[in-house]
Design a protein around this ligand. Structure first.
Ligand code: HEM
Length: 164
């Protein structure tokens, strides 16, 4: 790890946030539990929506209705996961960043985020043309598969942070 990065991570670790997460009784375990709750709220609705993009439940619910119901919950889950993730990270930034799983988690998070952005900007704006179609367009299906794959990868990398 380059010297300048280690310096920044050490400062984060020594910050009031890092100190509080490390030294307050049960704080780390509480944040980990909230991190998992955030993941459930993020990944559960996201997968349900991705499955709808792949055609599951197409006779029951139009894509637009599924999006309006599921995506705000998923966005709330992402906010909880990111806030708790940064707090957990601050407690032992140097150690976690040194894990072999850290580049995977960061890289997959970036791909997952980029996929969300491309979907919202490039695919979803024309949803009225295919909301109730028998087959969703290929870009929507690709987006669903990329989403399910990358979020699964982030979960694996997150769990592996503690072991590799
Ligand atoms: C800015 C975003 C994030 C940061 C900084 C972050 C950071 C962390 C940290 C520091 C840990 C604790 C590792 C340990 O205790 O050894 C962790 C655990 C974990 N993270 Fe994240 N995380 C983020 C987002 C996410 C997302 C979006 C997911 C899943 C979709 C995720 C999945 C996990 C999992 C499954 C664990 C293991 C939980 C456990 O074993 O208790 N993380 N994360």
């Amino acid at each position: 790890m380059p010297e300048w990065l280690e310096q920044i991570l050490r400062e984060l670790q020594g910050s009031p946030l890092g100190d509080a997460v490390r030294t307050t009784p049960f704080m780390y375990a509480t944040l980990e539990s909230l991190h998992i709750l955030g993941i459930a709220l993020l990944v559960g609705p996201a997968f349900a929506f991705d499955l709808r993009l792949l055609g599951v439940g197409r006779r029951l619910v139009p894509v637009t209705k599924a999006a309006r119901y599921l995506l705000p919950v998923s966005h709330l889950g992402l906010a909880i996961t990111v806030l708790t993730g940064i707090s957990l990270f601050s407690a032992q930034a140097v150690g976690v960043a040194g894990s072999g799983a850290a580049p995977w988690k960061l890289g997959l998070l970036l791909v997952a985020g980029l996929n969300v952005l491309i979907f919202h900007r490039g695919v979803y704006p024309r949803v009225d043309e295919w909301a109730e179609a028998a087959r969703t367009p290929i870009p929507a299906r690709v987006s669903a598969v990329v989403s399910m794959t990358t979020w699964t990868g982030v979960i694996f990398a997150g769990r592996f942070l503690a072991y590799v």
